[in-house]
Design a protein around this ligand. Structure first.
Ligand code: PLP
Length: 397
């Protein structure tokens, strides 16, 4: 670490990072500069849907890198067309705009809804979002987010994001006025603590937005691309939203995101939306490769089997240690603790020897699990056994 101090000091300090430098990864395992291995249940924050360095991603990068990296978004390229067709073919949406991050895709969704409001709803522009929601770190997506404290950071906020209570229809109804154009929701609040919307709530929101001539936007940056056991989480509620955003898992680790919309809502005119890197063939070729693995026969069944195994295992730990329980959807799960010792567990897990474990605590009383979607049964067993030991250590102290 001493040799790397100058490099570390040259980086902006934007978060507390452990004294570790990761150099390589394979599947569910990642290795640091001292050759210590870690079982990774963070996976780049639910990004590496196929684990670290999967062959499909490497092959696509190599093949496409040799062929063409970036002709400019002012021209068509083959992988962007191929991926757009896959996304519209697997969803209720008709049009796709590619972006580089979840926040950028959400910015696009906000712009699209406001544009639609200008054209169809007399300039209605307000988008109802939810307390404790997370939509990104640009100014508009921070304003849309309901993360405590974010309303005063970088003030003034972008106007027009009233906050309702998650899973509470009356609180949404109460916020609707003439200027309300849409509701934007995460099907599972990920950063907010892995809280799933009920299917009834999503169905009610679809009905409410339709009745009021408003759009329903689902932010599936974290829940999409198989994370919750279906390609898209909205499908489990049997609804058809107007707009969906994707990110994280869609690129299997590379920067790729997407804004998807139904035909009737796709109202951008030339010059309204764009971006230098958007839809570049290197990233979209990886997106195609990832999509094809996720949609292969049997893949989603194995995601659901592993999700069941993880859920049952976490319930077992909850029972053994008298914890409140576990929750989540598919392979986005949380173990609720009986005290604020989540960060302590995260640190102990990382320091574990000879092999470490990477965990995340989005709340002090909660551990979140977002493994690779192709995590193995034995890797989940290992996680559960190590977690059991770690909880025992905290209890003993
Ligand atoms: N939306 C949701 C639901 C997210 O979970 C995240 C990131 O955690 C984002 C948007 C922002 O995505 P990105 O960090 O790629 O900008």
């Amino acid at each position: 670490m001493a040799d790397d101090r100058a490099g570390i000091n040259a980086l902006m300090e934007i978060t507390a990072r452990p004294d570790l430098i990761f150099v390589s990864g394979q599947g569910s395992w990642i290795e640091d500069k001292n050759s210590k291995r870690y079982l990774d249940f963070i996976q780049g924050w639910a990004v590496n849907s196929l684990g670290h360095n999967p062959p499909a991603v490497l092959q696509a990068l190599q093949d496409q890198g040799r062929r063409l990296i970036n002709p400019s978004p002012a021209f068509y390229n083959q992988p962007a067309l191929d991926l757009a067709l896959r996304l519209v073919g697997s969803s209720c949406f008709d049009k796709v705009f590619f972006a580089n991050s979840g926040a950028e895709a959400n910015e696009g969704a906000i712009k699209l809804a406001r544009k639609w409001g200008q054209l169809k709803r007399n300039g209605a522009y307000k988008i109802i979002t939810f307390k404790d929601s997370f939509h990104g770190r640009t100014l508009a997506t921070m304003s849309a987010s309901g993360k405590p404290g974010w309303d005063t950071k970088f003030a003034p906020q972008v106007d027009g994001f009233p906050k309702a209570q998650y899973n509470d229809l009356a609180s949404v109804q109460a916020l609707i006025d003439e200027q309300t154009v849409a509701v934007m929701i995460e099907p599972v609040q990920g950063e907010g603590g892995v809280i799933p919307a009920t299917q009834q709530f999503l169905q009610d929101l679809r009905a409410l937005t339709t009745q009021n001539d408003m759009l329903l936007i689902v932010d599936e940056v974290q829940t999409g691309m198989g994370r919750t056991g279906t390609m898209y989480a909205y499908q489990q509620a049997g609804i058809e939203p107007d707009i969906m955003t994707l990110g994280k898992g869609i690129g299997g680790g590379v920067p790729l995101a997407a804004l998807c919309a139904r035909e009737a809502v796709s109202c951008f005119e030339h010059g309204d939306q764009g971006g230098t890197y958007n839809g570049n063939p290197l990233m979209t070729a990886v997106g195609v490769a990832v999509f094809d693995v996720l949609s292969a026969p049997g893949f989603m069944a194995s995601v659901n089997a592993r999700a069941q195994q993880l859920s049952v295992g976490l319930q077992g730990l909850a029972q053994k240690w008298g914890l409140p329980g576990e929750r989540g959807s598919g392979l986005l799960r949380a173990l609720v603790l009986d005290g604020n010792y989540g960060n302590e567990l995260v640190q102990l897990a990382c320091q574990r020897a000879p092999e470490g474990l990477l965990l995340n605590a989005p709340r002090a009383n909660l551990l979140r699990f977002m493994p690779a979607l192709n995590v193995s049964t034995s890797e989940i067993d290992t996680l559960l056994a190590w977690l059991d030991d770690l909880i025992a250590q905290v209890r003993a102290a």
